[in-house]
Ligand binder design. Sequence first.
Ligand code: CUA
Length: 179
Amino acid sequence: MAIFPPEQRIWWKQPLHGVEIAWIGICLVWALVMFFTMIVWHVIGEQNLSNEAYRILPDVYQERTEAMVAQYQVREEGNTGIPVVHPPAGTDIYMMARLWEWWPILELEKDKTYRLHLSSIDWQHGFSLQPTNINIQVHPGYEMVVTLKPNKSGEFGVVCNEYCGIGHHTMAGRIYVVE
Ligand code: CUA
């Protein structure tokens, strides 16, 4: 305990106590275990998310999202004015984060593969898909691409899990999966 100054001014030349060495050894071994677990899990784990990311200007991302919506919108969600988009299976699809919404609502087909692009056009947000609990940080200036193959039909929620201001708790989106 370093409450008092060391008795010997040249304290670092004192011999180490056995207990101290043991703890240093335990910490070192445990740090190595955790480090290699990350690498092993990256190879054998089934929950590894996108390692595909690109730089993109926010307005370019917004244009691409709007182009997809213009092309594949099928209806509006209730009377909210939020478009519901049904893009063809196998294509690149876009969900845009902004204060405070996930836009648009996507309607996907079960057992079809999509490339989901995620980016923000203002601040940092967090994409959290519920109830499957997939989490991805969403930054302006970068797009993450997630290969997605829904294996269950139904309604999935997207919440923002990165505090982004006064409307953070209202920032919810939706993905529908249909048969
Ligand atoms: Cu977006 Cu919190």
